[in-house]
Design a protein around this ligand. Structure first.
Ligand code: TXA
Ligand code: MG
Length: 335
């Protein structure tokens, strides 16, 4: 299958492909998503196949607005209304009970809940608006690889497997949306993202729990996707928590380093073995997945050292993704 690249002028061609049941990747403010009409069972199944994704890992449903969501949710509780008013369109995914029979089981993995997301991206809104149906929107990467933050990343992973990619340039945030579960008694963040638990809590006027992934309590539900190996380049990743430690590492042509510009400046290693995360944590969020992909394209690299950040709530999302990529390996424990 030829994978076509669309610009915003050709959006109608992308709409036509989706309407026929084909798969088309689309930009959002977080990462690129892999779209298919959410009510077409076969198309949804093809999404799992194209990504190589286990079928028990449910898909996000991408909607244009609250009205569209209400057609597929069993009910829209007040908490959801508050969050939608404050954060949609934006990088917040809301888990609610699904309206029975409204969506194929393939979307929800057979769960009684469904995850709704309304991205802050005009192209995607136009797309869904013209289509008239919600589209599923898992990240448009091969399962286990870092999420794509450019159309080229999507092309790299899925060329020949999907009908098209809408190129909207590099995504703004670079890490996937915050997921909050509102199907339970106490709201809980299942996946940290740009919107912090503190922001959610202040809008809701109540405590919001955080699923750290470390809780052993079986009653606390988790996003099924969080249990799989994730974001992982082929070479092992090691987190360096203290920037001073970058000076102590024994580098060779086989090691890659991802750190802030100020840290990289002090290291005398070849430029191709360095990947700059930028000037600050926001830039690092934006660049993390691109950096992991950069070194994945260099077969000679056998180990990647990546800067960690300990900045409380604002670094939760970054550290969550990095910890998964590193399978928990930190420099201080390791060497
Ligand atoms: O920013 C994002 O959310 C991106 C863009 C493309 O919208 N999408 C994204 O989708 O990250 P995905 O499929 O890569 O991650 C969605 C996560 C998975 O971990 C999945 O297990 C979880 O959401 N999830 C989806 N439906 C769920 C449900 N009903 N219950 C619990 N977790 C669910
Ligand atoms: Mg994903």
């Amino acid at each position: 299958m030829e994978t076509k690249i669309f610009k915003k002028e050709n959006l109608d061609d992308a709409v036509e492909l989706l309407a026929k049941g084909e798969l088309v990747a689309f930009p959002t403010e977080t990462v690129y998503g892999l779209g298919a009409i959410a009510t077409k069972e076969q198309s949804v199944k093809n999404v799992y196949a194209a990504k190589g994704r286990p079928s028990d890992n449910p898909l996000i449903v991408t909607v244009a607005n609250e009205q569209m969501m209400a057609k597929y949710a069993k009910e829209v509780p007040d908490r959801a209304k508050k969050l939608i008013k404050a954060f949609w369109p934006g990088p917040l995914t809301i888990l609610l009970y699904v309206k029975p029979g409204a969506l194929p089981d393939a979307v929800t993995g057979g769960l009684p809940t469904v995850a709704f997301r309304c991205p802050d991206d005009q192209l995607t809104h136009d797309l869904i608006g013209r289509l008239g149906y919600p589209i599923v929107g898992p990240s448009a990467n091969t399962s286990t690889k870092p999420s794509p933050t450019t159309a080229m990343h999507v092309y790299h992973d899925l060329k020949g497997k999907i009908a098209g990619i809408i190129d909207g340039g590099a995504t703004r945030v670079g890490l996937e949306s915050t997921i909050i579960d509102l199907s339970v008694e106490q709201p809980i963040v299942l996946r940290p993202g740009e919107i912090t638990p503190e922001q959610l809590s202040s809008v809701l006027g109540e405590k919001v729990l955080i699923n750290t992934g470390k809780v052993s309590d079986k009653d606390i539900p988790k996003a099924p996707g969080m249990k799989y190996r994730h974001y992982a380049p082929s070479a092992p990743v090691v987190i360096v928590d203290n920037p001073e430690d970058f000076k102590k590492i024994n580098y060779s042509e086989k090691t890659g380093v991802m750190a802030l510009e100020t840290v990289l400046e002090q290291l005398s290693i070849p430029t191709e073995n360095k990947f700059s995360l930028g000037q600050d944590l926001t830039a690092a969020d934006h660049n993390l997945f691109g950096g992991l992909r950069y070194f994945d394209e260099m077969p000679e690299i056998e180990q990647i050292f990546v800067q960690g950040f300990d900045e409380g709530e604002t670094s939760l999302a970054y550290m969550n993704r990095l910890s998964k990529a590193a399978a928990g390996h930190h420099y201080r424990n390791n060497n």
